[in-house]
Design a protein around this ligand. Structure first.
Ligand SMILES: NC(=O)c1ccc[n+]([C@@H]2O[C@H](COP(=O)([O-])OP(=O)(O)OC[C@H]3O[C@@H](n4cnc5c(N)ncnc54)[C@H](O)[C@@H]3O)[C@@H](O)[C@H]2O)c1
Length: 341
C-alpha cells in the first residue's frame, strides 16, 4: 500500500463535497483520483472545486478506468449496500456514510462482503472524532465522572434533508437522516448495548408533508435502556430554522460532562439597547469541521497500516438497529426490545 491512498468519491452531493474538499486540500494521506455521480454535471462541478479529477457516471466505469484503493460512498442510503459490495469485490476499501443501509440484512451483507474480501469498512460517524466528544469519551473511560448513568444527545437541523431521505424507497426518514449520529454517540459514550427503545414522534413543524411522505415526522424523542442499566435520551427536530444544533450531556455517578452549544462563534454584538446578539452554527459542515477531517484520516491510516477502523461496520449496524427500533416504537407506540428479531 502506497503512502497516499488513491481515493474515489462516489456521490457529488452535500457529503461528497465535504469529503472531496478534505481529501484534496486538508489530508496528506489521500490522492483523490476520481469523482462519480449519476449526474455527471454534478461530478464535474465538484471536480472543478478540487482542481480537476476524472469524472464518471457509475462506480463501475471508474473501477474499470482508474486505479482505486479506497472509496468514500456519499450517495443516498438505498445505494450503500450495492456500492459497498461492488467495492469490496473489487478489493477497494470502503468509507460509507451513515445511515449504513436500509435494513439490518443489508448491513450484514456489507459486513460479510468486507470480511470476505479483506477490505476495511468504516461508517461515517464523525462525531466520534470531534475533539470535544472524543475528550468526553476519554474522561468517561478514565472514570472522571464515575459511572455514566444517563447520556442525552440531541440534533436539530436548520433545513429539510434531501427528498430521497424522506422517501421510504430510498431512505429511512428524518430520525435516521438527522439522528443516526445521536444513537451512535449515546451507545458509544454509555459503553454498553441498548436493551430497549421507546420513541415518540410527530409532524409539528411541517405537518403538510405527511401527505407527501408516509410516516413523516419532524420532531421526536427516544428513551433507551442499556445492558449496564444506564439510560439514554435522543431527541431531534428538523427543520428548525434557527441553526444547526448538536449537544450532548453525560450524567455520571460522580459528575456531569456537557459538550456543544447553540452559539457558533465567539463574536457577540452588545449595544446600548442592552441586548447581546450572536450567531448560531449554521451547518453540520462547520460544527463538525475537524471531525470530518479526522475521521477520513483515521480511515486512511487504517487502510495504510492494515488496522481495524475506529468505527466499524458492526458499529454502523448497531446504530441502524437503534434507529429501526425507534421507528418501530413510533409506529406501535410501545417499547421495543433489542436485539431486533
Ligand atoms: N456525516 C454527516 O454529517 C452527513 C451529512 C450529510 C449527509 N450525510 C450522508 O451522506 C449521504 C449522502 O447525503 P447527501 O446529503 O450528500 O445527499 P445528496 O442528495 O446531496 O447527494 C447524493 C448524490 O449521490 C448521487 N447518486 C445517487 N445515486 C448514485 C449512484 N448509484 N451512483 C453515483 N451517484 C449517485 C446523486 O446524484 C447526488 O448527487 C447520505 O447517506 C447522508 O445520510 C452524512
Amino acid at each position: 500500500m502506497s503512502k497516499r491512498v488513491k481515493v474515489c468519491v462516489v456521490g457529488a452531493g452535500r457529503a461528497g463535497e465535504v469529503h472531496a474538499l478534505n481529501l484534496s486540500y486538508r489530508i496528506s494521506l489521500a490522492e483523490l483520483v476520481a469523482i462519480v455521480d449519476q449526474d455527471l454535471n454534478l461530478a464535474k462541478q465538484l471536480s472543478q472545486k478540487v482542481g480537476g479529477v476524472h469524472c464518471y457516471q457509475t462506480f463501475r466505469d471508474a473501477l474499470r478506468s482508474e486505479e482505486i484503493e479506497a472509496t468514500f460512498i456519499t450517495t443516498p442510503t438505498f445505494t450503500h449496500c450495492p456500492l459497498t459490495i461492488e467495492a469490496a469485490e473489487a478489493g477497494v476499501h470502503v468509507f460509507c456514510e451513515k445511515p449504513m443501509a436500509l435494513s439490518l440484512e443489508e448491513a450484514e451483507k456489507m459486513i460479510s462482503a468486507a470480511r470476505k474480501n479483506n477490505i476495511k469498512l468504516q461508517i461515517g460517524f464523525m462525531r466520534r472524532f470531534d475533539p470535544e466528544i472524543k475528550k468526553a469519551k476519554s474522561l468517561i473511560v478514565e472514570g472522571a465522572i464515575g459511572k455514566p448513568i444517563l447520556v442525552k444527545s440531541l440534533t436539530r437541523g436548520p433545513g429539510l434533508p434531501p427528498k430521497w431521505a424522506l422517501d421510504p424507497k430510498t431512505g429511512i426518514g428524518m430520525i435516521a437522516e438527522v439522528s443516526s449520529h445521536d444513537f451512535d454517540s449515546v451507545r458509544w459514550l454509555m459503553g454498553s448495548e441498548a436493551v430497549s427503545v421507546y420513541a415518540l414522534a410527530d409532524a409539528l413543524i411541517r405537518p403538510e408533508l405527511k401527505e407527501e411522505y408516509r410516516d413523516y415526522h419532524d420532531v421526536y424523542v427516544s428513551m433507551l435502556r442499556f445492558e449496564n442499566n444506564g439510560l439514554g435520551i435522543v431527541d431531534g427536530g428538523c427543520p428548525v430554522g434557527y441553526g444547526y444544533d448538536a449537544r450532548i450531556e453525560i450524567l455520571g455517578t460522580d459528575g456531569l460532562i456537557m459538550v456543544g452549544e447553540v452559539k457558533g462563534t465567539t463574536l457577540l454584538i452588545s449595544k446600548s439597547d442592552k441586548k447581546a446578539v450572536t450567531e448560531t452554527f449554521q451547518s453540520w459542515r462547520n460544527r463538525f469541521y475537524e471531525g470530518y477531517i479526522s475521521e477520513a484520516e483515521s480511515f486512511l491510516k487504517a487502510v495504510i497500516e492494515d488496522k481495524t477502523p475506529e468505527v466499524t461496520g458492526e458499529d454502523g449496524k448497531k446504530a441502524l438497529e437503534l434507529v429501526l427500533a425507534a421507528i418501530e416504537s413510533i409506529k406501535t407506540n410501545k417499547p421495543v426490545a433489542l436485539p431486533l428479531k
